[in-house]
Write a protein that binds this ligand. Structure first.
Ligand code: SF4
Length: 783
């Protein structure tokens, strides 16, 4: 942890920098780019029935979009307004009225014809609902009936047959904390959150490499660092205001390097709406892009380190920060042995990049005094995600890019609540303050005054699979309680997920809106509970940004859904009904009382108890974790971790498949066409050379298939690394394997190999050739 405090926002110079312009033609006319003004007008129109409330949310609340973090319109990095179309697009979720009665009384098959985008637009869930097997529609029930029914079920099952899940959009630290506590109070450790399917490997890897599972630096460190690397991250698309920080960094001479299989246009150039110069002429962002194979990052990083070790042999001190390594780092020899054991041929084949290209980046980093590494799902959503991230930490540790200004490791988060979910203990491996180990369990028990179960809870993927266990199995999932989330769209293999969700006795959906998973059957009942948004919760709530800023979001005056309740209150009410004799020990008077307790149980969050007003914020851990190179590991040193190059399981003639985001916020889709690539949701991004090789033309109907599933779309030639294709997420999830999890962090595998064929060829041979290929694949692809 660091002693130095964040010094607050800095002012951006207004002096024009024509050398950074994309074009002298104003507003990027004639170019494929987002239309921010048009999007803003559209949002204003959507919110026309509640414009004053919408304005109050934007000016007083903490953004419930991504985890870049902003309170009102102000952030801690740059002075000046902070707003983006992602925030505007999610705004309607907070302002729309309740669903109409005729929708609630509609036949379930009619509702099932809608996709999640259409369901979202129906309005807020107005009151508790229930649907039992054979019911054609939902029926209204009272809170009393709903909670008693859930409590009664919990009383009659083994706590191992009960599980909780919390998504990230809008959920506050207070709700995560209470849910984590209530789960343990009810005897279960089966509680997980959305970070399992995004950044859980980042946390696991950073913990083992540097002793703390969070970003070690701030966005301000981007501005003026020598090199800013984005590894498998399209921050311009997913955290749009980050482009403003990139613009500020470029002005200070920072080099921006992108490592990604797809040359993402948004990371190359961007028109930043809140900056007049950039809005008019655009800003060139990326200085260079390394198009790595999907899954080839470990080999690429080995290549960089191999160059460094060769440079060191010729001239000691020319690549590795020997002073830093000797003082602050373990494991140099073992890492070096692993790195040099790989031939260049293997490194080039796996990464898809030449030895010379690897040398370019190795040299740039060796000559830089500072660097910040930012990464996202491109590194984490693999069955070797933790190794991917530890490999990034290896680079930073060898160069001493840690614990000081303009240096650090940053897993950039895409959901406003997700950073805090694990830190609050809504995680099977974590309790507030530390891991779920005996020492921490005993410590937290003293505050909570009840016994915390000591068995290992399940991650979300395994919890879902538990629904298919025999009925009498002690872990057969009988009640799944979910705060938001839609596994049909976020987990691999939707058909399998549907089977799991429908095999649960009782499913509870605590949410603000319907999605496709709310409409699935359950064996005994589906119960829907209307939740408040973060802006409606009495006493306000807090959320933690990527850079560990804990922001206070006040309760905001405005229209209310009459029966919606604060999420943390619902958990408490339920817990008291299950164990009325112990109700006093699970009671919280108000949101302030929760924050008081968080400050005690998680000492990093000491300070949260003082957050009371709009704009209140503090950063846990100080400006730089591992400040001065001192890591919070048992011996105070960072650990270099030798990692294996993964076997990529791509038989000859197959493509690597990965998914990307279009005009969407996480799984919420806001437009059919990606404003950066002009691709629609069913376009398959493929390299032109691959197209020629397979006799596929731009726009041809094609099919991508493997033993897991099948995706029918159109070829769109794009600058994707040859041998790889990119599909939109979640549509491409049908090609992904179920039940494949990363060893250390439990994230599902989100990549696969697939055959790509013209649709006419596929359908002509479907009955014969396809069957043969499937057998061939089954032999070549171990699962
Ligand atoms: S960049 Fe993220 S935090 Fe900032 S306004 Fe947009 S969605 Fe909200």
């Amino acid at each position: 942890m660091g002693k130095t405090k964040h010094t607050g926002p800095i002012k951006l110079s207004k002096k024009p920098r024509p050398d950074l312009w994309v074009s002298k033609v104003p507003f990027g006319l004639g170019k494929i780019k987002p239309h921010h003004l048009r999007d803003t007008i559209k949002v204003a129109w959507e919110n026309k029935d509640s414009l004053p409330y919408a304005t109050r949310i934007l000016t007083q609340g903490v953004c419930d979009g991504c985890a870049l973090g902003v309170s009102g319109l102000k952030d801690q990095t740059l002075s000046g307004p902070h707003l983006c179309t992602t925030r505007l697009n999610v705004l309607r979720l907070n302002t729309m009225p309740a669903m109409k009665e005729d929708i609630l009384r509609a036949d379930i098959e009619e509702l099932r014809k809608m996709d999640s985008t259409e369901l979202r637009k129906l309005g807020r869930i107005p009151y508790p609902l229930i649907r039992k097997p054979g019911d054609r529609k939902f029926s209204r029930i009272s809170w009393e009936e709903a909670l008693n029914m859930i409590a009664d079920k919990i009383k009659h099952i083994d706590p191992k047959q009960l599980a909780f899940y919390l998504t990230s959009r809008g959920i506050t630290n207070e709700t995560y904390y209470v849910a984590g506590k209530v789960a343990r109070f009810l005897g279960t450790n089966n509680i997980d959150n959305a970070s399992r399917i995004c950044h859980s490997p980042s946390k696991t890897a950073l913990n083992r490499s540097v002793g703390v599972g969070a970003s070690t630096c701030n966005y301000k460190d981007w501005i003026g660092t020598d090199v800013l690397l984005f590894w498998g991250s399209v921050a311009a698309n997913n955290q749009p205001v980050s482009t403003k920080y990139m613009y500020a960094a470029k002005r200070k001479g920072t080099k921006i390097i992108i490592i990604n299989p797809h040359f993402e246009p948004a990371m190359e150039k961007y028109w930043i709406p809140s900056n007049m110069e950039s809005a008019l002429f655009g800003t060139k962002l990326a200085d260079d892009i390394y198009q790595v194979n999907i899954g080839g990052d470990i080999a690429f990083m080995h290549g960089i380190m191999k160059h460094w070790f060769e440079m060191e042999e010729k001239e000691p001190g020319s690549a590795i920060d020997q002073t830093f390594v000797q003082k602050h780092v373990n494991g140099l020899e073992a890492l070096q042995e692993k790195v040099v054991s790989y031939d260049w041929e293997i490194l080039e084949k796996s990464s898809g990049l030449s030895k010379d290209r690897m040398k370019e980046l190795a040299t740039l980093l060796a000559q830089s005094k500072t660097a910040v590494f930012v990464w996202s799902m491109g590194l984490t959503q693999h069955r070797f995600g933790t190794d991917n991230v530890s490999q990034v930490a290896n680079l930073a540790l060898l160069r001493g890019f840690l614990g000081r200004e303009h240096c650090g490791l940053m897993p950039i988060r895409g959901h406003s609540g997700v950073q805090g979910s694990g830190e609050m203990g809504a995680d099977p491996f974590v309790l507030p303050g530390s891991d779920m180990n005996e020492e921490n369990r005993k410590r937290v028990e003293k505050y909570w005054n009840f016994k915390i179960p000591d068995w290992q809870g399940d991650i979300v993927g395994v919890t879902l699979e538990n629904a298919l266990l025999p009925d009498d199995h002690e872990r057969n999932l009988k009640l799944y309680y979910m705060s938001g989330g839609n596994f049909l769209e976020t987990m691999p293999n939707p058909d399998f997920v549907k089977q799991c969700l429908e095999n649960v006795d009782v499913r509870v959906h605590q949410d603000i809106i319907f999605n496709t998973s709310t409409l699935l059957d359950a064996k005994e009942a589906v119960i829907v509970l209307p939740a408040m948004t973060r802006y409606e919760q009495p006493g306000g709530g807090t959320s933690t940004s990527t850079e560990r800023m804990v922001y206070f979001s006040p309760e905001i005056k405005g229209p209310r859904i009459e029966e919606a309740r604060s999420e943390w209150e619902i958990y408490i009410d339920l817990a008291k009904r299950v164990k009325p004799e112990e109700k006093d020990i699970i009671h919280f008077e108000d949101a302030d009382a929760i924050r008081e307790e968080i400050a005690l149980t998680n000492r990093n969050y000491d300070g949260i108890q003082h957050l009371k007003e709009k704009g209140d914020v503090f950063q846990w851990g100080g400006a730089w974790l591992c400040e001065g190179g001192d890591c919070p590991t048992p011996d105070g040193k960072g650990n270099l971790i030798p990692v294996e190059i993964p076997e990529l399981r791509k038989p000859e003639g197959h493509f690597y498949v990965s998914t990307r985001r279009g005009k969407q916020f996480n799984s919420m889709i806001y437009g059919e066409t990606d404003p950066f690539t002009d691709a629609d949701r069913y376009d398959v991004l493929i390299n032109e050379a691959d197209g020629k090789k397979h006799d596929i033309k731009d726009g041809d109907a094609i099919v991508a298939y493997n033993k897991h599933g099948f995706f029918s779309g159109r070829a769109k030639f794009a600058p994707v690394k040859a041998g790889n294709i990119a599909l939109h997420w979640p549509e491409g999830n049908s090609l992904l394997p179920e039940s494949v999890y990363e060893t250390y962090a439990g994230i599902p595998e989100y990549n696969a190999a697939a055959i790509v064929e013209k649709a006419e060829t596929y359908y002509a041979h479907k009955d014969t050739k396809y069957v043969e290929r499937r057998i061939e694949e089954l032999e070549m692809e171990p699962s």
